[in-house]
Design a protein around this ligand. Structure first.
Ligand code: PEP
Length: 228
């Protein structure tokens, strides 16, 4: 099965010039080195850069629950689809934390995204000290409610941007819990993935969600090359 490698650029890089340079470097590396590679690579830049980037599959970092109207600052699923965007990250821990997104709202976002023909990537995972199984059960019970076509990213919050990546056995256990609740869904892992540890996860899950390391073209290309 093709592995899904998703780059979450978050609110980076800082200028249009840097975005274009980063995208070009990643695109060149991927087309030059990876023609036989069994990976689908998705780049999720800040919203404003989506129309500038052509040639690789694109994803958005969030989506509105609403279809259109007086919702200042928001971007709808149909607007993203119209731009050629294919994937959307939903319920990232940073959106849950800073935008106070609830599981109920996240569930509505999944429905809106699916209805518009986007492929949602639902992020779930426990904070430091929380019970993983309990958190996954709550987030998935609220978030999924029988929806088909959602990809689940297991992202333990304590592993994001910390260099404290999760051990493979725990990822295997989390994927089991996820599949028990959500059925036969694609499960990817995110949390301090780099070129050195990518392969160990690719052996046990369907792909990776990469934050910090996706901003370094060589490192990211090497992560994609770990797929064989
Ligand atoms: C993320 O933000 O989804 C993420 C996994 O970040 P990082 O790879 O930097 O831990």
């Amino acid at each position: 099965m093709e592995k899904l490698i998703v780059a979450n650029w978050k609110m980076n890089p800082g200028t249009q010039q840097e975005v274009i340079e980063l995208f070009d470097a990643v695109s060149r590396g991927i087309t030059r080195n990876l023609t036989q590679n069994n990976a689908e690579v998705v780049i999720c830049p800040p919203f404003i850069y989506l129309p500038l980037l052509k040639g690789l599959t694109l994803g958005a970092q969030n989506v509105s629950v609403e279809p259109k109207g007086a919702f200042t600052s928001q971007v709808s699923a149909t607007q993203l689809k119209d731009l050629g965007v294919e994937y959307v990250i939903v319920g990232h821990s940073e959106s849950r934390k800073y935008l106070h997104e609830t599981d109920e709202e996240i569930s509505k976002k999944l429905k809106t995204a699916l209805a518009a023909g986007l492929k949602p990537i639902l992020c779930v995972g426990e904070n430091e000290g929380e019970d993983r199984t309990e958190v996954l059960a709550t987030q998935l019970a609220e978030g999924l409610q029988g929806l088909l076509g959602v990809i689940i990213a297991y992202e333990p919050v304590w592993a994001i941007g910390t260099d404290k990546n999760c051990d493979t056995q725990s990822v295997v256990e989390a994927a089991k819990v996820i599949k028990k609740i959500a059925g036969d869904v694609g499960v990817i892992y995110g949390g301090s993935v780099n070129a050195e540890n990518a392969k160990q996860y690719l052996e046990v899950v369907d792909g990776l969600l990469v934050g910090g390391a996706s901003l370094k073209p060589e490192e990211f290309i090497n992560i994609v090359r770990s797929v064989d």
